[in-house]
Design a protein around this ligand. Structure first.
Ligand code: PRX
Length: 663
């Protein structure tokens, strides 16, 4: 792209604006991992045995006996009888197969320092830390909470837990102290690995303070390990129950820790995610099914080869990072990149600089990032040679055709396919996307379901809609990467995902992801977004109830309703409509206190974009808040029918206040 003049760019944009489908470039197809169009049919014919192909990407200590057991559906069990260890699959077998000196993790800190861990290095440190965890008392099946930012010790701790059969529960470092406490209490987790701090936009952030505050809210004793990330930049003190990570690793250096053979169905990790209620859901993923599925999709969709340098620019604190920074790529023995900081520090070309410097082959990110790149302009990618790239991907939210084409042109130089991958924390891995060498790409549409995945678009009664129509997305057959339950809450698992569309006799179980979608005649699915009270802010999943309860917890607030409003870069932004108590002022001080409450309860990612004070909320005659109306107001859309409201006059007042706040 570098040689193109402004005019040529204009012509190009015009040409692309017309084009609504793109075929994968020949050069990509020639080398791709999956090139046989028959794969879709083969998976249908062989289902569920087709999933043996995923399991075959792993090394098993004991072969499984059954691919799928469905007697207790929807509590499905995959690869039963099989035994394996996730850390052995991600490390030992590569070291044994001659990849000891291949880079496993290439990390760059925000200030520019770098660390490379070969597979050999990584195995050593994982063993040393696994031995440390054991010495601290961690036993098989104990849940270890990891509250760490994007530093190598995070994947090391994950793999160390996996090695000794202790499930991890990673809490995103951007979450608040309260959010940490809630998750540790819910998981009854007695171990925490955290750090002193990390860098954000060049500043040293104090993370330990947050962790300590969180610990004060935990109901039981906790043993803590602290990674010293910042050295002299930020001095910290270890309390009586805290241990220094480096000291532990030095003490146990060179110890070998045999990987514990886990049952395929044993828990590998828990990941808390937002749902409709204020209480986060503990999504349980297993060792055999999850890992097979993460490895298979990394192979088939991201086209990863061991020789590649692969970069998923997400945070390991979310499911994307678990599956596609850590488990999928390391299971395949490739080089996975990690970057600590923000994409615009010190300048807006930081990511492209990293791509050039490391010769990144595959790049996977969220549409919110693409929209930011697009806003910043082409000059930043144009400063760098991005020709090492051969595949691009997106995840987490819908990507509009304009952003897709920008990514395709200015990052991929029209020579990289883009996979727009729909999936969720609960699905463990990708579910709906084109296979990069096979499918024609249609910007804005994720594509067909992956081979073996029975995703459909249905109407309210569960009947499939005709091509060209919208409805609800469902998954009508199980898959290996699926969540097995919500931690200690089978009932909520059934209620949230299975009751809506399954038949009442329990003969046919249908998974409901709570997304709306549209299907084309050719079976391509366009995801329209959540149909429940969950927001997607910059690709981060947040529950409106969680935010509302934080706001209502602010002194002087009587009632609050939170909805998502359209946002150019974030996709959705948090809009809070707030009623203050009699005698209280909805003023700037109150606004600041509300924002602070949200940051304390969840974290800065949930900070409201707008706080709109209103004397009333629009309610139906039965007293339900009309959220759709509030969403339309937030997005500046035409307001629909308000005649069913008990208090239609309030709508105009609210719309006027929003306009005022916008000015
Ligand atoms: O609404 C869908 C959206 O993100 C939700 C899942 O969020 P989370 O569990 O945090 O996982 C995000 C990373 C996998 C989905 O219910 N979503 C995810 N991918 C896409 C998407 N929406 C549109 N297109 C996608 N490719």
């Amino acid at each position: 792209m570098t040689e193109q003049s402004g005019d040529a760019d204009g012509e190009l944009e015009a040409r692309l604006a017309e084009q609504d489908s793109f075929d994968p470039p020949e050069s990509f197809v020639e080398q791709a991992n999956v090139t046989d169009e028959g794969i879709y049919e083969a998976f249908e014919e062989e289902w569920p045995e087709c999933w043996e192909r995923a399991a075959a990407l792993l090394s098993w200590d004991e072969e499984y006996e059954t691919v799928l057991e469905d007697e207790d559906a929807p509590f499905y069990r995959w690869f039963t009888g099989g035994k394996l260890n996730a850390s052995a699959n991600c490390l030992d077998r590569h070291v044994e197969n001659g990849a000891r000196n291949r880079a496993a993790i290439k990390w760059e800190g925000e200030l520019g320092e770098t660390r490379t861990y070969t597979y050999g290095d990584l195995l050593n440190e994982v063993e040393a830390f696994a031995a440390s965890l054991r010495a601290l008392g961690v036993e098989e099946d104990d849940i270890v909470t990891l509250y760490l930012p994007m530093i190598p010790e995070l994947p090391i701790a994950m793999l160390a837990c996996a090695r000794i059969g202790a499930p991890h529960s990673v809490v995103f470092a951007g979450f608040s102290a309260d959010a940490l406490a809630t998750r540790m209490n819910a998981a009854e987790s007695e171990y925490l690995v955290t750090c002193d701090g990390y860098y954000r936009r060049g500043d040293a952030l104090n993370h330990k303070q947050k962790a300590d505050k969180g610990l004060r809210g935990v109901d039981h004793d906790v043993t803590t390990v602290v990674v010293d990330r910042l050295g002299d930049e930020l001095r910290h003190f270890l309390g009586a129950s805290a241990h220094d990570y480096a000291d532990l690793v030095a003490e146990h250096e060179g110890e070998s820790v045999a990987p514990v053979a886990r049952d395929a169905e044993d828990m590998l990790f828990l990941m808390y995610t937002s749902g409709t209620t204020g209480q986060p859901k503990g999504v349980k993923h297993t060792t055999g099914g999850y890992l097979s599925y993460a490895a298979w999709t990394t192979h088939a969709v991201l086209d990863v080869e061991p020789e590649d340098t692969y970069w998923c620019a997400a945070d390991i604190g979310w499911i994307t990072g678990h599956s596609y920074i850590v488990y999928g790529p390391l299971a395949l023995g490739t080089t996975t990149m990690m970057y600590e900081g923000t994409p615009d520090y010190p300048d807006r070309d930081r990511l492209w600089k990293l791509v050039e410097k490391n010769g990144v082959d595959i790049f996977y990110t969220a549409p919110t990032a693409v929209r930011a790149f697009m806003k910043w302009g082409t000059e930043y990618p144009e400063r760098h040679d991005l020709s090492s790239l051969r595949l691009l991907g997106t995840v987490g939210e819908p990507i509009n055709p304009r952003a897709w084409k920008w990514y395709y042109t200015h990052i991929g130089d029209e020579s990289c396919p883009i996979v727009d991958t729909w999936w969720q924390t609960e699905t463990g891995g990708m579910m709906v996307t084109t296979l990069p060498a096979l499918g024609t790409m249609k910007p804005g549409s994720a594509g067909p379901p992956l081979p073996g995945i029975d995703a459909r678009v249905v109407d309210v009664s569960g009947e499939e809609v005709e091509g060209g129509n919208a409805g609800y997305l469902t998954v009508n057959r199980p898959w290996p990467g699926m969540l097995r339950t919500l931690y200690q809450n089978d009932e909520r698992f059934l209620e949230e995902y299975w009751r809506e569309y399954s038949d009442e006799d329990g003969d046919e179980w249908v998974y409901f992801p709570e997304d709306g979608a549209k299907i084309d005649d050719d079976g391509y699915i366009t995801i329209l977004g959540r149909v429940d009270d969950v927001l997607n802010v910059s690709g981060h999943r947040l529950g409106t109830m969680e935010i509302e309860s934080a706001i209502v917890g602010t002194a002087g607030v009587a009632e609050a309703a939170v909805v998502g409003g359209d946002h150019e870069v974030k996709g959705e932004a948090v809009y809070a409509y707030v009623i203050v108590e009699d005698g209280q002022e909805g003023d700037e001080t109150m606004r600041e206190r509300i924002v602070e409450s949200v940051e304390d309860a969840i974290g800065p990612i949930a900070r409201p974009e707008e706080v709109v004070f209103t004397p009333e909320l629009p309610k139906t005659r039965s007293g339900k808040i009309m959220r759709r109306l509030l969403e339309d107001i937030a997005s500046g859309e035409e307001l629909g029918d308000t005649s069913t409201l008990r208090n239609p006059e309030v709508v105009e007042d609210i719309a006027a206040s929003v306009e005022q706040t916008d000015e």
